[in-house]
Write a protein that binds this ligand. Structure first.
Ligand code: NAP
Length: 257
């Protein structure tokens, strides 16, 4: 599809979402940005405006289905959204649990809710509108963690596996209706989410670089944008090997404190 003119990004107040907002900020383009932290979101909006974009920002929780849906529909009434990136997400480290034992039950429930329902709440207000227009693009933020449940982050991996499958299925479902769907599976990217990790993160990359890869992949309407390739190869292999071969290895893998 031609370069998107109106773009919605959730989780734009930080990390990959912030980098995407700035990567897409060019004169004349309309950006709709959300996150929860108003101050950080305002700073990103100002930086995008400084690059010439028109920006409307609203602090919203992706779990507030009604408020988020109303805001998205109003935005779409204003300047029809060409591309929506459902990026907001949390992990055991940013999920606000007790921070002592990885994913507690409460953290696990919250991670599954934010990472899955948050995506649904973002894309579903737009699907009927994009189908009616026979154009539009949806990008769902998954992760390379989607390919194999990892000790230390079972809920996070499960949430990203759900998003990946959902996006892959939706792509086929909407293909004939003019709406493109892409699943994004990054490896380790520098952000508030990974800042809490004390273990070595292979091929850790800056959010700006990740954003450039995502922008290129979306422009090419790729089904899956998975990077960097060495981490992708290992994640993919861990997913296809019999669990009995990999359980012992993964039990030794480092995890969030
Ligand atoms: N960093 C990585 O290595 C990596 C790898 C693969 C996938 N991902 C995925 O990439 C996405 C962005 O993560 P990041 O690394 O950029 O982390 P981040 O810096 O912590 O950013 C997360 C963003 O999501 C927003 N968010 C979280 N919970 C929300 C909620 N309930 N309602 C609305 N917004 C909410 C945050 O908003 P506030 O800060 O304003 O609350 C923030 O803007 C996530 O889906 C993550 O799972 C990250």
């Amino acid at each position: 599809m031609q370069s998107p003119n109106s773009i919605l990004i959730t989780g734009a107040s930080s990390g990959i979402g912030e980098a995407l907002a700035l990567a897409y900020a060019v004169p004349g383009r309309q950006l709709w940005l959300t996150g929860r932290d108003s101050a950080r979101l305002a700073a990103v909006a100002d930086a995008a405006r400084a690059k010439g974009a028109r920006v409307t920002a609203a602090a919203l929780d992706v779990l507030d289905r009604q408020a988020l849906g109303d805001w998205i529909r109003a935005a779409d009434d204003g300047v029809p959204i060409d591309l929506a990136i459902a990026n907001a997400g949390i992990s055991g480290g940013t999920g606000g649990g007790d921070g002592l034992s990885g994913e507690t039950e409460e953290q696990a429930r919250r991670i599954l809710a934010v990472n899955i329902e948050g995506v649904l709440n973002t894309i579903h207000p737009l699907i009927p509108r994009m189908v009616a227009r026979k154009r539009g693009q949806l990008a769902l933020m998954s992760s390379l963690a989607a390919f194999r449940g990892m000790p230390g982050a079972p809920a996070y991996c499960a949430s990203k596996a759900a998003v990946r499958s959902y996006g892959e299925g939706l792509r086929g479902e909407l293909m004939g209706q003019g709406v493109q769907v892409t699943v994004i599976c990054p490896g380790f990217v520098r952000s508030r989410m990974t800042a809490v990790n004390t273990f070595p993160m292979p091929f850790l990359m800056d959010a700006d670089r990740a954003a450039r890869i995502v922008v290129q992949g979306l422009a090419a309407n790729r089904a899956r944008i998975a990077f960097p390739w060495p981490t992708y190869a290992v994640s993919w292999l861990l997913g296809v090997l019999p669990p009995s071969w990999t359980d012992a290895l993964l039990a030794q893998a480092p995890r969030k404190a």
